[in-house]
Design a protein around this ligand. Structure first.
Ligand code: IMP
Length: 197
């Protein structure tokens, strides 16, 4: 990786290599930022005077959550769950494990679960069940990405950044075997490059 030109401009190549596989640009930094600004405005509107708690699902959601929070102008709080489901593979393991609990008392509070991506819906469904048992006033989900054709578990997602095809994506918090989370844009596995190699 070469260095970005200045501290305010991100590294935004058209293709990237991660763990010896090639990925091509799917969503640019500008597209992501514009959409997150719209999501922030919708949350501002819906949660005025409700002081929501945004609960990020680690690790993948940390970049989206930090940008989303800065597009929200009403008072809000933040907490985190940590889950793991993918391991180092490109397909979901079908198992989800909780690695970290939240600290906040969410009884009677308005909760917004922040996901990087809803793929099969397993993680979102799992978190929704845990959160609902703690008697919040309301719970909704915001996800940057959703793969509608991959959905296997019931989950209502109120705010969706982008619907994408059932393909493996990387960057903006999403990893491939723990690498690539630091990319400022979202990339998709280049199937052609994979076949030709
Ligand atoms: P789900 O439980 O199947 O909906 O998957 C949710 C989690 O799997 C996400 O929070 C991601 O961490 C991971 N994941 C799903 N799809 C992708 C992908 O295309 N790239 C990287 N990680 C993914």
């Amino acid at each position: 990786m070469s260095k970005p030109k200045s501290s305010t401009s991100f590294y935004t190549p058209e293709t990237v290599s991660c763990n010896n596989e090639t990925f091509k640009l799917l969503l640019s930094h500008e597209e992501i930022n514009n959409r997150i600004s719209e999501l922030g405005a919708a949350i501002d509107e819906d949660y005025r005077d409700k002081k929501p708690i945004l609960i990020g699902i680690l690790n993948g959601a940390f970049i989206f959550l930090s940008d989303l929070m800065r597009h929200i102008t009403i008072p809000c709080e933040v907490d985190f769950y940590k889950l793991s489901s993918y391991g180092d593979a490109k397909v979901s393991s079908g198992n989800v494990k909780q690695r970290k609990d939240i600290d906040a008392d969410i009884t009677g509070r308005h909760i917004i679960i922040v996901e990087d991506i809803v793929d099969t819906g397993l993680s979102a469904n799992y978190i929704m069940n845990i959160v609902e048992q703690k008697n919040p006033a309301s719970v909704e989900i915001v996800t940057l990405l959703k793969k509608p054709e991959a959905l296997k578990y019931h989950v209502d997602v109120k705010y969706v950044g982008f619907e994408i095809p059932t393909l493996f994506v990387l960057g903006y918090g999403l990893d491939y075997a723990q690498e690539g989370r630091n990319l400022a844009q979202i990339y998709v596995l280049d199937e052609k490059a994979a076949k030709n190699s």
